[in-house]
Design a protein around this ligand. Structure first.
Ligand code: KG4
Ligand code: ZN
Length: 331
């Protein structure tokens, strides 16, 4: 079995995965969303402190599995430096004290392998990764052969939901609450600009849309400084429609160039129902097989890190305790 640790942002999570059967023997996640919500975003120092409390608490529940462990895996990049450090420090200590090898896992590959938790991998595949930190299209041939086709020039898809939520005073994370507000709103009330509409390139940008929403919100502020609830619903609906329209325009362009046989959406923001429905329709039209992670594995978790680690274990892809390093960004 492999014990895996995830602490790249605001979720403390540990999983234990059976190397032979891929069974997820143990999995727990303690989310810090509530603690960060009052600040309208993740506060790195607070996140690190909360990992220090949560990770050992979860680890105590795993002690019975220690004799069966063959390796320790941990997310080392990308993510917040101060929080990655907590997971990596724990992983190093476990690797040394249990005298078993260490596996360094790329968080983004983790999101991709969230598709294959307790399942065999299906590759090659074209993947749309939408999270709080990333918006990318990746051509994945195998774990170690992945090409970046497109990415965002500024903000990510999930981040734009977080920022709109913050501007409307709806807390963090923004995705679920903006999606919920959008359900009660009129998506055609406010016309917002679809980013990079004229650009022939497949790339993303969300900062312009965020600013357009900011200006729209300013116009909706009443004399008492508040915004009427129906206005908030309509802003959320109009924003979500435009944010998804941007992704769909670029994805359709990609499908025109080369309709993929297998397509997937992964990452925390892949939980967005509006996006899922439209991608489903596009795939159906093109005869493309669509793969989605289970909703519980869309956001950050250690089960996906453990699933990547199984593949790395089979390839003997280990790292020395004194060589593992964290990287907040990857080239
Ligand atoms: O993958 P994840 O848990 O963390 C990162 O690696 O970034 O993704 C979290 C992001 C947040 O920005 C959150 O607002 C967004 O995913 N998110 C959503 C939805 N649920 C979560 N964005 C849009 N619609 C949702 N339903
Ligand atoms: Zn993530």
């Amino acid at each position: 079995m492999i014990l895996s640790i995830e602490s790249s942002c605001d979720d403390s999570s540990i999983a234990i995965t059976d190397i032979e059967t891929l069974e997820l023997v143990y999995h727990k996640k303690i989310s810090q969303e509530l603690q960060h919500s009052v600040y309208g975003g993740v506060v790195p120092e607070l996140a690190a402190r909360l990992h220090i409390e949560a990770l050992p608490k979860i680890l105590e529940e795993c002690v019975e599995y220690f004799p069966k462990l063959k390796a320790i895996a941990v997310t080392s990049a990308p993510g917040l430096s101060v929080t990655l450090m907590e997971g990596v420090t724990m992983a190093k200590a476990l690797s040394l004290s249990l005298d078993i090898p260490l596996i360094s896992v790329n968080h983004l590959k983790g999101h991709i392998y969230s598709l294959f938790i307790e399942k065999e991998e299906v590759l090659p595949m074209t993947i749309l990764l939408v999270s709080g930190g990333h918006t990318q299209i990746i051509e994945a041939n195998s774990l170690n052969d992945m090409n970046l086709i497109a990415s965002t020039m500024d903000d990510s898809f999930g981040e734009s939901f977080d920022k709109v939520s913050k501007m409307l005073g709806l807390g963090y994370p923004g995705g679920p609450v903006v999606q919920e507000y959008a359900l009660k709103g009129d998506e055609n009330r406010f016309e917002l600009p679809v980013p990079l509409r004229q650009s022939p390139n497949i790339e993303f940008s969300y900062s312009g849309l965020k600013n357009a929403v900011r200006m729209r919100i300013e116009k909706c502020v009443c004399e008492d400084g508040n915004i009427q609830i129906q206005d908030k619903y309509d802003i959320c609906a109009s924003f979500q429609k435009t944010a998804v329209a941007h992704i769909m325009q670029k994805t359709k362009k990609l499908f025109k160039q080369k309709a993929p046989k297998n397509f997937a959406i992964v990452g925390g923001a892949s939980a967005n129902i509006h996006l899922r429905t439209q991608i489903e329709e596009l795939c159906q039209k093109n005869g493309t097989a669509l793969y989605l992670s289970q909703l519980k594995y869309c956001s950050d978790n250690a089960a996906m890190i453990g699933r990547v680690a199984v593949e790395q274990y089979k390839m003997n892809d280990f790292i020395n305790v004194d060589e593992i390093d964290i990287q907040s960004r990857l080239k």
